[in-house]
Write a protein of this length. Structure first.
Length: 290
């Protein structure tokens, strides 16, 4: 923990991304409060923490003393004021819906200390769409982690036209301090770096499948064994969430009107059926079977 002026971190959203981001920060020595409106999600996040740390000890990845210290660094609460009232940095990891983010950031702007930086983990909603609801636009930016946040090293720090150099640098340095490998984007671009490339791959994979050229299993196999990817595009969509693929496509289509970005009929079908991947137990693959 070496970033001047950053001691307390609030993570809003205790889902799969949120609670893992919170743990990353707690392991680096920061005092972290993780909050969510759902008591059930908060309990799952705390249960995960209580099993993850002893697991690291059992594997020899962490000492018992270190695990106790990390556990003391992180707390869980449904009270947003309690969680964010003394935060130096807030990392938002809620649903990818702009109206929800607007409401949250307006609340955070009132709750947080004047110096606090408010970062969004959004993978496609740029911070310039959020900053206007606050009185601190220079302290707003994207800090995009990848799933699973405890494992994946990359963090995309995206500097909007409103974001100050100081804010971008502090989030960049914080990312390094928690053991990540940050990259800095000096301007906002849809999809940032990685998701823009992944979206192109997914689009082509879905197109090939829709044409009946090959099964999604064989497309995944080809990508893994020929391109060296750790998983194929369909397995990756199951991991990140088919609902997210739907929202991203619809957001882009509605923004620029280009039908190229409309979600694939297969993605729409899965979205309607709530077959969103691992989070629902079924997507392109069935996760209810052992």
């Amino acid at each position: 923990m070496t970033i001047p002026g950053v001691n307390n971190i609030c993570v809003v959203g205790a889902g799969n991304m949120g609670h893992q981001i919170a743990l990353c920060c707690a392991q680096a020595g920061y005092k972290v409060k993780c909050t969510d409106v759902s008591a059930e999600i908060l309990k799952k996040a705390e249960d995960f923490t209580n099993s993850y740390l002893p697991g690291r000890v059992a594997k020899g990845k962490m000492t018992e003393e270190a695990a106790r210290q990390v556990r003391s660094n992180i707390s869980f609460t449904s009270d947003l004021k309690e969680a964010a009232g003394d935060a130096d940095v807030v990392i938002e990891a809620i649903l990818e819906k702009i109206d929800l983010k607007h409401k949250l950031f307006a609340q955070l702007d009132e709750i947080c200390p004047p110096h606090a930086i408010l970062a969004t983990n959004s993978s496609f909603i740029v911070s310039s769409k959020i900053a206007p609801v606050t009185k601190r636009p220079s302290q707003i930016c994207n800090m995009h982690f990848f799933n699973p946040a405890l494992v994946m090293k990359l963090v995309e720090v995206v500097k909007g036209p409103h974001t100050s150099e100081e804010t971008a640098q502090k989030i960049f340095d914080l990312s390094k301090d928690i053991g990540k490998v940050p990259v800095l984007l000096n301007k906002e671009i849809y999809g940032f770096l990685v998701n823009r490339i992944v979206a192109a791959i997914n689009h082509e994979a879905l197109h090939i499948y829709d044409m009946g050229v090959a099964s999604y299993e064989d497309i995944d196999t080809a990508v893994v064994h020929a391109l060296g990817h750790p998983m194929g595009p369909f397995r990756l969509m199951d991991l990140t969430g088919i609902d997210l693929a739907y929202y991203i496509g619809m957001e882009r289509y509605q923004e620029i009107g280009d039908p190229t970005y409309k979600p694939s009929p297969l993605v729409v079908e899965k979205f309607i059926k709530k077959e969103w991947g691992q989070k629902t137990g079924k997507g392109f693959y069935d996760y209810t079977k052992k």
